[in-house]
Each structure stands twice: as C-alpha cells, then as structure tokens.
Design a protein around this ligand. Structure first.
Ligand code: ADP
Ligand code: MG
Length: 292
C-alpha cells in the first residue's frame, strides 16, 4: 500500500473509533485468519458478581462469607471485589488478617482469627492437597452455567464453594458474528476453568477455547495458535494481556482497558468493546486490497 492509502485508511479507522497506532497493523490485519480474544473484561464486562454460596457441614454461610471476604479484601482481582461486595451487602463484619498472600492465577491465602483461609480455583486446592470431591457435582453444574466456581478451605479442609458470574457484554455476540462473516475463526484465551470457558464459548459460538492459562502463559497460547493457523490477531484489556498483545501479529486493545494493554497494542478500540475488530479487519482488506 502507498503511504497515502495508509493515511486514508488510518483516518477512516479513526472515524470508526479504531485507532491504528502503527500503520503496519493496517497492512497486516487483512492476513489474520484467527482472532484470539481474552475473556474477562474483553468478551465479558469484567465485573463479576457473587451468585452462589454453599457451605460444608459445620460452617454457616455468613461466617464463611465473612472469612472469605476478609481474605479477598486484600486482593486486586475482579473476583475479590464480587466477594467483598456480597459481604458488605449482607452487612457482615470482616475479621482482621494477620498474613496475606496472593498466588497468581490460583487464588489467595490469609490468616484470619487464628485460622488459615485459602480461596481459589480447583487447581489451587489440588496444589494444597485439599479434597474438593464433595463439591465436584455442584462445581460442574456451576461451570456449565458459565459461572466460575471457587473453593474456600479453612485450616486445610474444604469449607464451601462460591460462584461468581461475569456477564457477557451485550456487544460481544454481534462482534463475533461479524468476524465469522469475514471468514475468521475466533479463539478464547482465559485463566478461568475449562468448563466455565467452554460454556461461555458455546453461548457465543466461539470456535476454539484455551482455558486455565496462567497469566504468563498467554504468549505461549498465541504462539500455539499461530503455529496452527498462521497470522493471529489478539484482543485484550488487562495487564496480563500486554505480552500477548505484543506477541500477536496484530495486538488490539480495548480502549477502556489498562494503560499497559493500550501501550502494548498496535490498534486501540475506542468503543470499549469488540465491535471495532471486524471494522479494523474490513478496513485493512479494503485499504490494502484496493492498492496493488
Ligand atoms: P482471568 O483474569 O482470565 O480470570 P486469572 O489468572 O486472573 O485469569 O485467574 C485465574 C483463576 O484463578 C480465576 O478464575 C480464579 O479461579 C483464580 N483466582 C485468581 N485470583 C483469585 C482471587 N483473588 N480469589 C479467588 N480466586 C482467584
Ligand atoms: Mg481481561
């Protein structure tokens, strides 16, 4: 493409709310065969709410929610806010903590009221050697509903299960249809558990799911997709997405996402959702296709 056509394409993009930070992205996007998309905050709102709470024998719902919320009050994860909000709404007082640690991509740990409290994914409980068998059927049901199940252990024993649900953005279904209409495949990359990820993918008609990816595993996931499909566009919003945005052939950041994501991206979607992606690709095809 000529410098003029790139300038025209970039200008047209700006009108559509698609900011090309690099002219190169406009040339490369037309070759994308797969659009890989982060789940939390990109396909979904990124603001989960607590939907379910079941306790093991010997625990009460309020006591468990207070302990779990106390631990989560020190975490920055969106899941943490959902739990703390629920405890606040229930008017619960949170016990003070004497120790806290966050285990990336796994869960959180604290000492509260002389008890060790762990909250997190099934793989975190497995790592701790905590049996979650009693809640396996419930976790499967919650996951199939697209909810994220989390377990709470107290002093190394399973104490209950919690689920949070993160609503799909109203714009996501249409955005995925538009990508399919352009002949692209859509893949989801997420740290969430496989059952939950697959339920959401089914609902949205997403073609491929890479789930239970640890935060530093997103780059490897992009590389794997590229090896299987060639040119990859990656769309994300979070701090964790920055390396994958840089690794992809074209990285597109949600404009309302974190600064790090926006700075690592080739393209910024000002709409704050996925709708600009198909516009960006169509624009690339039009701009580069016209001038040979
Ligand atoms: P994602 O942003 O895609 O959910 P993360 O790597 O941040 O990926 O988290 C992966 C999983 O780790 C979460 O789905 C959850 O099961 C668990 N997890 C992470 N942080 C917390 C937390 N503060 N409380 C409970 N579980 C957590
Ligand atoms: Mg995200």
């Amino acid at each position: 493409a000529t410098p003029t056509s790139i300038m025209v394409g970039t200008g047209r993009g700006a009108e559509l709310g698609v900011l090309f930070r690099k002219g190169e992205a406009l040339q490369l996007l037309k070759d994308a065969r797969v659009v890989a998309v982060d789940k939390t905050g990109t396909l979904t709102e990124g603001r989960p709410v607590l939907t379910d709470l079941e306790v093991a024998e010997g625990f009460t719902r309020d006591a468990l929610l207070a302990l779990v919320a106390a631990v989560e009050s020190r975490s920055e994860h969106p899941i943490a806010r959902a739990v703390v909000d629920a405890a606040q709404q229930a008017g619960l007082a949170l016990p003070p903590l004497t120790e806290f640690a966050s285990v990336t991509g796994m869960g959180v740990y604290a000492m509260a009221g002389g008890k060790r409290v762990d909250v997190g994914a099934d793989r975190y409980m497995r790592q701790l050697g905590v049996s979650i068998d009693g809640f396996a059927a419930m976790a499967a049901r919650l996951g199939n509903e697209g909810k994220t199940p989390l377990y709470a252990a107290i002093d190394g024993k399973i104490a209950g299960i919690i689920a949070v649900s993160d609503p799909i953005k109203p714009t996501s279904p249409q955005a995925i249809k538009a990508l399919h209409a352009l002949g692209l495949k859509v893949a989801m990359i997420t740290g969430d558990n496989a059952r939950t990820a697959n339920a959401i993918a089914r609902e949205l008609g997403i073609d491929e799911v890479i789930a239970e990816v640890l935060p530093d595993g997103k780059v490897a996931a992009v590389q794997r997709l590229r090896a299987a499909h060639s040119a990859i566009a990656f769309v994300g919003d979070g701090i964790n997405d920055a390396p994958a945005l840089a690794e992809a052939d074209v990285g597109l950041a949600i404009g309302t996402g974190t600064d790090v994501a926006v700075e690592s991206a080739d393209v910024v979607l000002m709409s704050g959702n996925l709708q600009g992606v198909s516009n960006a690709i169509a624009l690339s095809k039009a701009t580069i296709g016209n001038i040979r």
